[in-house]
Design a protein around this ligand. Structure first.
Ligand code: ADP
Ligand code: MG
Length: 633
């Protein structure tokens, strides 16, 4: 095939433009990115060679070369990793397929006018960072197991060319033709071996493969000899002593290893000896991945055996609710060429997994105790995961027990987060149950008419504002031997003397108004399961309650959003018999229970109750007309 000229994808062009024009400091990150790609490529080959040894073709000395040349004003970075086919070059280099880069682009879009370098610096911009320092980039690559090679060339300005070429061995070679300001300049000289060496040490010391450079030595007779030296220490970070590792080293490592663009929120580095031996380096990222709760999110830890990479995204260590944890496990007890299927059944993996889970939960509860602010940041990002953990393990008392004390809720008391223990601690002596209500936010919940009687008694209410909250609470059912009770379900009742008295009065009234209540129900129709008089309201006229069991109104909303319209809450319209409206209702009923006035009145009561729950009545126009008619009267 002759030379073929192709266009970059529009998105790629834009990214290139940004990268080249917006990074003012940290120009050297290109080196870290390209070395990291080289290392990834070797990892991939290594992994494939476990099942297909022939791919290595006798060359098992994995290595990366970084070769500056001041004569040609180039830096060449080469690896003997997996390489790419022509198709892969087009797919991987010409388009933006990588989710991290996508996330980056989305972030930029959101910040269109406020684009700053820091933002860009936070993301690994990957291969394209080559164009920060190069005016032209050549990439020559030959896939392991193939004989043909391909050369990709671009000046980063919208197009690139592809042509077949010769290459002696597998792997990828990238030649950066440096912009003038980066060779021999005052500020930067990337053709200087020592300058590059120090950058490699700074950013890529822990890379597991030797990064080699040529060092020219001149002896007394001015004879030059070239010595090839490995520049990086290659010691995997996690094998070092915790006390010798600086926070920055952990951070750099985390970013490199897991393709993250910002420092982690928390790092756990543990070594276990004894029957099962392993080292684990786990991290909680600072922010949840955009797709954390979607099917395309790939959870899992990296697996190493005796410091040798075995596989990525191994899901069998941590339970799904800890999917946000990134990290790696290195254990000599696991064989090198284990398949994913065997891994799943491995008792060692299960044991290690259990220990890791326990450790993560322990660290979280420590964080909650010792650094509340940090824990609340964690909660804001990943709290949902723990709640899903409770819901998904409704029948596993052990997991629920482990997680219940890590939950945070805002309450009607103030806008602050409380644990369940703190809530219980504050409960007045006469409060028997833990109360909760669901709504848009704490503000809206505090204003619910059902809140009044609780407020009078100084009873706090947990404000459940995340759709998953109620599912988790529902699965929990009890905390510290106290029932957790919704204030809007039909089985809610207060049990002090005053409330009891009030309740029996209302029951009497309900008996004498049985017919009225039935006619109200008939007037509204099948939408309501029942119409009742209530003792849960003080000054409010109406409210909507749901059955003691089954979906709540909010669960119904959640299911509807998932296209499951069959999960319906049992809706009960409750009317406050102490409200003026009740007298008016009785009056209209007595006058003519078949009149439009009575029927419209009933419908308006129901629509009001819906609005209080934040539910739009089915026919808002009709509602508005009825209100207008009523106001004009
Ligand atoms: P990332 O490394 O995060 O995937 P990059 O922009 O750095 O993103 O690289 C894009 C893709 O190009 C890589 O995923 C890989 O498929 C391919 N690639 C880059 N460099 C190499 C290399 N040295 N050898 C093989 N493939 C490479
Ligand atoms: Mg990369």
């Amino acid at each position: 095939m002759s030379v073929e000229t192709l266009e970059f994808q529009a998105e790629t062009k834009r990214l290139l433009d940004l990268v080249v024009n917006s990074i003012y400091t940290n120009k050297e990150i290109f080196l870290r990115e390209l070395i990291s790609n080289a290392s990834d490529a070797i990892d991939k080959l290594h992994f494939e060679s476990l099942t297909n040894h022939e791919l290595l073709d006798g060359d098992e000395n994995f290595e990366i070369f970084v070769l500056p040349d001041s004569d040609t004003k180039t830096v060449t970075i080469s690896d003997n990793g997996i390489g790419m086919t022509r198709g892969e070059v087009v797919a991987n280099i010409g388009t933006i397929a990588k989710s991290g880069t996508r996330a980056f682009l989305e972030k930029i879009r959101a910040n269109e006018n406020n684009l700053n370098e820091e933002l860009i610096g936070q993301f690994g911009v990957g291969f394209y960072s080559a164009f920060i320092v190069a005016e032209k980039v050549e990439l020559i690559t030959r896939k392991a197991g193939e004989t043909s090679a391909v050369k990709w060339t671009s000046e980063g300005a919208g197009e690139y060319t592809l042509e077949d070429c010769e290459k002696d061995s597998r792997g990828t070679t990238i030649i950066l033709h440096l912009k003038p300001e980066f060779c021999g300049g005052e500020e930067f000289d990337f053709t200087n071996t020592y300058e590059l060496e120090s950058l490699v040490k700074k950013y890529s010391d822990y890379i597991r493969y030797p990064i080699k450079m040529n060092f020219v030595k001149t002896d007394e007779e001015k004879n030059e000899t070239v010595e090839i030296r490995t520049v990086n220490s290659m010691q995997p970070l996690w094998t070092r002593n915790k006390s010798d590792i600086k926070p920055e080293e952990y951070e750099e490592f985390f970013k490199h290893q897991f393709h993250e663009w910002e420092n982690p929120m928390e790092i756990f580095h543990t070594k276990a000896e004894g029957t099962t031996e392993y080292t684990a380096l786990l991290c909680i990222p600072k922010h949840a991945a955009l797709n954390l709760y979607f099917a395309d999110y790939e959870a899992g830890l990296q697996l190493y055996s005796r410091h040798v990479f075995v596989m990525d995204k191994c899901k069998d260590f941590l339970p799904d609710y800890l999917r946000f944890i990134k990290g790696l496990v290195d254990s000599p007890d696991l064989p090198l060429n284990i398949s994913r299927e065997l891994l799943q059944q491995s008792r060692e993996v299960k044991k290690i997994g259990k220990a890791l889970e326990k450790n993560v939960l322990k660290q979280l509860s420590k964080m909650l105790k010792n650094d509340r602010e940090k824990y609340e940041d964690f909660w804001a990002e990943f709290g949902k995961s723990l709640k899903i953990g409770i819901y998904n393990n409704s029948y596993d008392e052990k997991i629920k027990d482990d997680l219940k004390d890590l939950l945070l809720f805002t309450t009607s008391k103030d806008k602050k987060f409380s644990t369940l223990a703190e809530y219980v601690e504050r409960m007045p002596e006469n409060q028997q149950k833990i109360y909760y209500a669901v709504g848009k936010d704490a503000e809206t919940i505090s204003k619910l008419p059902q809140m009044e009687l609780l407020r009078d008694r100084n009873f706090e209410v947990l404000c459940l504002t995340d759709p998953v909250d109620e599912f988790a609470i529902d699965a929990l059912k009890k905390y510290a031997d106290k029932d957790i009770q919704s204030i809007t379900r039909e089985d809610f009742e207060l049990d002090d003397d005053e409330a009891k008295k009030n309740k029996s009065e209302v029951e009497e009234l309900a008996k004498s108004h049985e017919e009225l209540l039935k006619d109200v129900k008939d007037a509204i129709g099948n939408e309501v399961y029942d119409v009742r008089l209530t003792s849960r309201l003080k000054t409010g006229a109406v409210c909507l309650a749901t059955g003691a069991q089954g979906p709540s109104l909010n669960m119904e909303k959640t299911f509807a959003a998932m296209n499951n319209p069959f999960f319906r809450a049992m809706r009960i319209l409750e009317i406050n018999p102490n409200h003026e409206l009740f007298k008016k209702l009785s009056g209209l009923h007595a006058l003519d229970k078949n009149s439009d006035d009575f029927k419209n009145f009933c419908r308006l009561l129901y629509d009001q109750a819906l609005l209080l729950e934040g539910i739009m009545p089915d026919n808002p126009v009709e509602l508005a007309n009825k209100i207008a008619t009523l106001m004009a009267k």
